[in-house]
Ligand binder design. Structure first.
Ligand code: NAD
Length: 523
């Protein structure tokens, strides 16, 4: 790795564009030390009981609840999000996820006895859920608290030391350390490594046991290529272009409210925000009119306000300048191709304040309807039939999440089954993410692997299969010496037991004979 590219990272408050702080990326020697400390923790965490690990998580949860206000301040000043968004999608969500894992982790990590087939009669089969070793979490900038602490804690619950590399855009320097220390969390069980992509790549070079990556599709491909060189397993939580399908029987007002939130929460900087809205042609105009009218009433950005005050705005700022450029490019492309901007459309000059934007008269040849925009922008289209709605939803390289809106729940579930995606909310949006018992993740270009739900613990485990036999004198029928008699008996047993219609008598007779040979035979 070329260390000459190590950079100085500068962190800016997107609300007032003032520099907050800056820092140097770690040196090679410092990264070696971080890894050495993590490796030293591996045997200690392996031995720590699951109950004790859960206890540490609970202490962190309580610390977060007791210290929520300054944590929210830090989230807001680095991301520019509204306080309500910071509360619900970051702090509330973290405590909710931890609460679920308090309830289920001990049960999930208990040795699991599984089925042992008849030919292995007398033996026992189990799965031990063991730690993998040092886990690397690489996170994006849009949910800097949640995207770091949740996977880090799940990896810890499974008994792994964690290295967490936050985004260089919103590193929230010192926050995770303060939270962990304040909660009396074991030192070095979760370490934070601040830096940009070079730091991430250098961490991968040191061969963590697993990488859990959340970020863009392009970076995901690079991470996978780096990981492939050392066969490091990866979870890739990547981008999306969520479709929302609205059928003709909906309650207009409720649906419009839900869509507005689904599209504009976190200023649209959520991998699962609504970016493509498909409306049934019979309600297209009234729904769109209401959506535009209500969207215009949203209070936007913290401009000129005390952003630390709970007196809130509905939608915060766009976090990064490079993201605004992408949003502007998609809107420009849409306008050039004949798309109609019905509200919003451009930022307040010289700021990151970008109003919620609705663009109609577009199709899938437009960037705005096909490439992830990751901003407060909805591309609106119409459909005639259920089949067309499904086809349009699936006409995308992404498959992260979707929503279906209809009073007819049978139809909504039928449509949900047909959408090629990782998550579907019916008559709401993104609500699958509100239930920590549901696994979260995507397919197609949105990545693979799941976290949260039972999969959220198991993804950080080595599932070790164990088969237990007694220490007697008997030898197994498939061991040496091979004889024509054993061959015939094993064939009989297979035919008797595994054919469509079982022959229990034949199975018992051949089984007893094999058993008898096993007791007497010697090589
Ligand atoms: P990004 O891919 O630019 O960066 C993500 C992280 O990867 C950062 O920490 C960055 O420093 C690191 N990184 C970049 N290049 C690297 C390299 N070569 N080696 C190692 N590390 C490297 O993503 P972003 O712009 O921070 O986040 C926005 C993206 O994340 C969007 O596409 C969004 O959809 C996606 N996202 C997905 C989910 C999900 O759960 N599926 C959740 C949130 C965000």
């Amino acid at each position: 790795m070329d260390t000459s590219t190590l950079a100085r990272v500068t962190v800016t408050n997107p609300i007032n564009l003032k520099e907050l702080y800056s820092f140097e990326e770690p040196t090679t020697a410092e990264l070696d030390q971080v890894f050495a400390r993590a490796r030293a923790m591996e045997p200690l965490l392996r031995k720590m009981s699951v109950k004790e690990r859960v206890g540490h998580m609970n202490n962190v949860r309580q610390y977060i609840i007791d210290n929520r206000e300054w944590i929210l301040d830090r989230i807001i000043e680095e991301t520019g999000k509204s306080r309500m968004d910071a509360l619900t999608a970051e702090v509330f969500e973290v405590t909710d996820v931890f609460d679920y894992f308090e309830k289920v982790t001990e049960k999930l990590l208990k040795d699991k006895s599984v089925y042992t087939p008849l030919p292995l009669l007398g033996k026992k089969s189990k799965i031990y859920w063991e730690p993998l070793g040092t886990v690397l979490i690489i996170a994006p900038w849009n949910f800097p608290f949640y995207q770091g602490i949740v996977p880090a804690m799940l990896a810890f619950l499974a008994g792994n030391p964690v290295l967490f590399k936050p985004s260089e855009v919103t590193p929230m320097k010192g926050v995770m350390e303060k939270v962990l220390e304040g909660a009396g969390f074991p030192k070095d069980a979760i370490q934070v490594v601040y830096g940009a992509k070079n730091t991430g790549a250098q961490l991968i070079e040191r061969r963590p046991a697993k990488i859990h990556f959340t970020g863009s599709v392009n970076t995901g491909k690079k991470i996978m290529a780096l990981a492939a060189q050392q066969l490091i397993p990866v979870d890739l939580e990547l981008g999306g272009k969520d479709p929302s399908l609205v059928f003709e029987d909906v309650d207009l007002e409720r649906t419009v409210n839900g869509i507005m939130w689904g599209a504009f929460t976190n200023a649209g900087q959520s991998c699962t925000s609504i970016e493509r809205l498909y409306i049934h042609e019979s309600i297209y105009q009234p729904l769109l009119d209401m959506l535009v009218e209500k969207t215009k009433k949203l209070t936007v950005s913290h401009a000129g306000r005390d952003y630390k005050s709970p007196a809130d705005v509905d939608m915060g700022t766009v976090t990064a300048e490079f993201q605004i450029r992408i949003i502007e490019d998609h809107i420009k492309d849409a306008v050039e191709r004949g798309g109609k901007v019905l509200c919003g459309g451009s930022r307040q000059p010289g700021t990151h304040h970008f109003p919620p934007t609705i663009v109609a008269d577009v199709d899938h040849s437009f960037k705005i309807a096909s490439v992830e925009t990751f901003g407060p922008v909805i591309a609106v289209m119409k459909f005639k039939t259920e089949e067309e709605a499904i086809r349009l939803a699936n006409d995308s390289p992404y498959g992260l999440s979707a929503s279906v809106w209809s009073k007819d729940l049978k139809r909504a579930e039928r449509v949900a089954r047909e959408i090629i995606t990782g998550n579907v909310s019916i008559n709401s949006h993104m609500l699958t993410e509100g239930n920590p018992a549901l696994p979260f993740g995507g397919i197609k270009d949105s990545g693979f692997g799941r976290y949260k739900g039972e999969a959220g613990i198991y993804t950080f485990c080595n599932s070790k299969s164990v088969l237990i036999d007694v220490q007697g004198k008997k030898i197994e029928p498939h061991w040496y010496p091979f004889t024509p008699e054993k061959y015939a008996l094993l064939t009989d047993l297979m035919v008797a037991l595994f054919s469509k219609s079982k022959n229990w008598v034949k199975f018992a007779v051949s089984g007893l004979k094999i058993d008898n040979i096993g007791t007497k035979q010697k090589l």
